[in-house]
Design a protein around this ligand. Structure first.
Ligand code: IMP
Ligand code: MG
Length: 180
């Protein structure tokens, strides 16, 4: 049952997307991927931490022989430099010649995913597509649109089903939006 509201750090969040709707949408995306990749064996690359609940459901909604691998995208604050350097950690096996489906929780500005895709392309996969549970089209400044989108949402802060507020709320079964 969805809660009427949840509170984190003195902020109130209201229901936005029920788990039932999430599951229904994941089933649809799973059918699309199954049809699009017929005869192939995609490798799902899941971007931790936020995408893990989405990925767990999505891979089971895809009726193909697939593989799964997990990465994190770590930001390093250079001590002597002002710039942030981001680096993929966890991708030890070769992805050369593979059909990659990147699994993300949310694409907001698109900077993270674009940077990640650039890194993955250097490793020469056969193809790369992106499945993102959520997409904020208004916030996108990079012109990036994921190949598979669960829900388009307004430019508001959301939590639950993998999405966090300072590390908390990932375990919520449904998605909640910050109420103003
Ligand atoms: P982007 O680089 O702006 O597309 O977003 C990168 C990351 O910001 C996402 O992978 C999320 O981890 C985080 N993020 C963006 N919007 C939200 C939100 O509404 N709630 C929680 N995390 C978010
Ligand atoms: Mg993320």
């Amino acid at each position: 049952m969805m809660k009427e509201e949840v509170c984190y750090q003195g902020m109130t969040f209201k229901p936005m997307i029920t788990n039932k709707d999430i599951q229904q949408r994941i089933a649809e995306i799973g059918q699309h991927i199954t049809a699009d990749y017929s005869g192939r064996e995609p490798l799902f690359i899941v971007v931790l931490n936020g995408a893990f609940p989405f990925a767990a459901d999505l891979i089971r909604a895809v009726d193909l022989d697939s593989e799964i691998s997990f990465i994190r995208y770590k930001s390093y604050e250079g001590t002597g430099s002002t710039g942030k350097i981001k680096q993929i950690i966890g991708l030890s096996d070769s992805i050369e010649g593979k059909d990659i489906i990147v699994v993300e929780d949310i694409v907001d500005t698109g900077f993270t995913i674009r940077s990640l895709l650039a890194d993955l392309r250097e490793r020469h996969p056969a193809s790369i597509r992106v499945a993102s549970l959520l997409y904020k089209p208004e916030a996108i400044r990079t012109g990036y649109v994921p190949d598979y989108v669960g829900f388009e949402i307004p430019t508001k802060f959301i939590i639950g089903f993998g999405l966090d507020i300072d590390g908390k709320a990932r375990n919520l079964n449904d998605i909640y939006v910050l109420s103003e």
